[in-house]
Design a protein around this ligand. Sequence first.
Ligand code: ADP
Ligand code: MG
Length: 491
Amino acid sequence: MYFSELGLSNKLLKAIKRSGYEEATPIQAETIPMVLEGQDVIGQAQTGTGKTAAFGLPIIEHVDIDNPAIQALIISPTRELAIQTEEELFRLGKEKRVKIQVVYGGADIRRQIRSLEKNPQILVGTPGRLRDHLRRGTVDISRVKTLVLDEADEMLKMGFLEDIEDIIKQTPSERQTLLFSATMPPEIKRIGVQFMHDPQTVKIKAKELTTDLVDQYYVRAKDYEKFDIMTRLIDVQDPDLTIVFGRTKRRVDELSRGLIARGYNAAGIHGDLTQDRRSKIMRRFKEGQLDILVATDVAARGLDISGVTHVYNYDIPSDPDSYVHRIGRTGRAGHHGVSLTFVTPNEMDYLHEIEKLTRVRMLPMKPPTEEEAFRGQVASAYNDIDTLVADPATNRYQEDAAKLLEKYDAIELVSALLNDLTKDDASQVPVKITPERPLPSRKRNGRGGNYRRGRGNSRRNYHRNGGDGHRRFNGDRKRRFSKNRNRRHED
Ligand code: ADP
Ligand code: MG
């Protein structure tokens, strides 16, 4: 469906065109006309399906730019999401010159108050900080026409229900209310009943999940084996941009520290870091200056980062929805992705639960040997060398190169370069990751009776990768030269 068929004005169509969107996504096609008509909508669709523009476009359409009041309020669960939403709305509302502001915790409140004095017409905020501003009287939401609860399930999980209810009550009761959520637990339905007027439900079915574009693998390993296996896998798979998910904040800290110790260009984000630090890390990752982002579910929820090639689930998530969210970070916008999930032997039932939801069977992957990891490293160094040699700046060094060649022979020099470009093997740099309690064992009767075991697609992979069902690596490498170079600039 084209955006021009949805009843949007030319200014918005222009902004959409500038964003490079060709067609509306399914949730946008269904939601935009309803919101334009003024209806309340409950939208259920997975991450990455374009929900921001689904509510953002009609909201911008409705803003009266001569009216200085806050006309739309969007409540977002995390700072990152709030910022991301504000950025997208800003982009879409630029032609129309709509004023947008974002408020979130962990940032200087006085500065936010000063910005709020500039009369934003759309406000995006996290529940805690919004409530804070309301208490101080620095935000007036009494003339809000549209209220959006974005990622409502996540906000409930984070315990924001009370904050949200408090905020809703300060908006006019005749407002339009929109609620977006990836899942629909009963509490969300209750919010729908309590705070919405005859809401229309738009549900985009799971088969439109982005997971179709993701090759999904798992490695069965004991908790203490996982880190060494993961770094060897990274060496062999040579991912471009990677997100590693850990179950706890401590995990995230230890994993990022361990990765850095082994020479990877990695950093972690979770809720305990300052906003400033998190934003910095996110920016570096988005710009491709950081290869590996380690994150908790909450920190990474809904983040829109393009070009993520690999997702490693260092810990298998306890609920299948989180899994879908996590691997939805890759395989976006038509690009192919790879996900790899570590499963300890007693967590196998969780894997089957996930497979039931995604209706795709994950393929087992064998941990690479030290030798395979080493070959992977060397192959990637070849690539780096291509890039290095192609750099015109190398001309400046010809004289010195000749001098060095008098002192050493070429084999020695190149070996030294290779040694420098390759990282130490897992076994060389011991990293200790504190054991995390495995997920509680699940009682299930029988296993996996009623889901289709894989699609044709997966089965093809199965054969291609050799009869034992383990995927073999053949090094499909097109990496930027960055890892070792950046390593030296790491903090
Ligand atoms: P969600 O909130 O459902 O997780 P987002 O609104 O964050 O999804 O959108 C995910 C990505 O898709 C963003 O980069 C956004 O700019 C992009 N996007 C949104 N709508 C379209 C569209 N119609 N065509 C192409 N890309 C889109
Ligand atoms: Mg979103």
